[in-house]
Design a protein around this ligand. Structure first.
Ligand code: SAM
Ligand code: SF4
Length: 349
């Protein structure tokens, strides 16, 4: 008999494990899975226009390998999963990946972070495959700003994708807007205003410098504190009333505008770091557990997945628990330091 209780939570059998804690006593139960480092946009703070090198198809984890990692995560006590990238909707086998993961017992949440460009045709099939909800990245409601800041994307396409997500029931819809000086910082109130009529969460994210290149430099030069973003929103739309956190590990501080249906959130890694309540582990598209968004440390799992070992799932679970144990805390954003080797599009946000 296995030494853990077994149960059938949906179609497949899984073991129930307690949530693992790291050496800072944080419960780590949320795995963010990057499916690709490629993207159909080139947001100014995320991907440079030139000099990019992407993983080859052979370097990316396959759908079956991703399923094995998620099985290992479930047996290690993880419960929440998010697919990200790069742009995850570029994976031709995205529906298969969602189907495989949604069928595993014990998955409490399965979400997708996307720029929504391709969601007009993918939202319904993804919902049918078992995806629960989406976070959509949109920095402005001004078409010219979107083209300048998100490069290659149009507001019209993103808006069509968003509408399809809502229509398909991939809710609650959460919008992520990165605020950059000289780009969209004067337009934040227009985005927040969406919450008056819609039950969406509109979240404003502070710029972080990752990867040490031109995007990191831009992030440092164009940084806008969420203190300033909040001030602009309140000046235009009235006072923001604080809401209780939905969970202690929610990185967003949430508020409501007077008589609003939706929520305005602030994700403030620089001005209000939330490392103390971090519950995340990340898997890069090329099969490494990335221990902290703002740090380069990683543990490889692809080698084990491709070793042909009959107990690969167990061994991945051991590596994951090791990754949890050695997960660092704290960052050096205020001194302008974070990752040097990995950029945001390679980690997934
Ligand atoms: N392509 C998808 C998207 O844009 O939502 C998923 C991947 S993207 C790397 C994930 C998130 O990272 C996005 O919400 C984006 O706003 C955020 N992001 C990218 N670069 C950032 C930076 N330098 N600072 C803060 N957030 C950033
Ligand atoms: Fe692509 Fe997302 Fe990065 Fe923009 S933030 S370039 S949409 S991966």
């Amino acid at each position: 008999m296995p030494n853990r209780p077994w149960c059938i939570l949906s179609r497949q059998t899984v073991s129930i494990a307690t949530v693992p804690k790291d050496s800072f006593n944080r419960e780590i139960d949320y795995l963010r899975i990057s499916l690709t480092d490629r993207c159909n946009l080139r947001c100014v703070y995320c991907m440079p226009l030139n000099g990019l090198r992407f993983c080859s198809n052979g370097e990316l984890l396959t759908a079956a390998e991703i399923e094995t990692v998620v099985r290992a995560a479930l047996r290690s006590g993880f419960r929440k999963f998010r697919l990200t990238g790069g742009e995850p909707t570029l994976r031709p086998d995205l529906l298969e990946i969602v189907q495989r993961l949604a069928a595993l017992g014990g998955v409490r949440d399965l979400a997708l972070t996307t720029n929504a460009i391709l969601m007009a045709r993918l939202a319904r099939p993804l919902k049918d495959a078992g995806l629960r909800r989406v976070n959509v990245h949109l920095d402005s409601l001004n078409p010219a700003t979107v083209e300048r800041q998100m490069r290659w994307g149009t507001l019209a396409d993103i808006w069509k994708g968003l509408a399809a997500c809502e229509e398909a029931g991939l809710t609650p819809i959460k919008l992520n807007a990165v605020v950059a000086a000289g780009y969209n910082e004067n337009e934040v109130a227009d985005l927040a205003q969406l919450t008056l009529e819609r039950d969406w969460h509109v979240r404003f994210i502070e710029l972080m410098p990752l990867g040490g290149g031109e995007c990191a430099r831009l992030a440092m030069q164009r940084y806008v504190s969420n203190i300033e973003t909040r001030r602009r929103i309140e000046e235009a739309l009235g006072p923001l009333a604080p809401l209780e956190a939905s969970s202690p590990s929610d990185e967003s501080r949430n508020f409501r505008l007077p008589n609003a249906r939706g929520v305005v959130g602030f994700i403030s890694p620089v001005s209000e770091p939330y490392c103390g309540t971090c519950n995340r582990m990340r898997l890069t598209a090329d099969g490494k557990f990335h221990l902290c968004l703002l740090n380069d440390d990683e543990l490889d799992v692809r080698q084990v997945l491709r070793s042909g070992a009959h107990d690969a799932e167990e061994r991945v679970a051991q590596i994951l628990l090791k990754a949890v144990q050695v997960k660092p805390t704290g960052h050096h954003l205020l001194e302008g330091r974070s990752t040097e080797h990995r950029s945001m599009f390679q980690i997934g946000g």
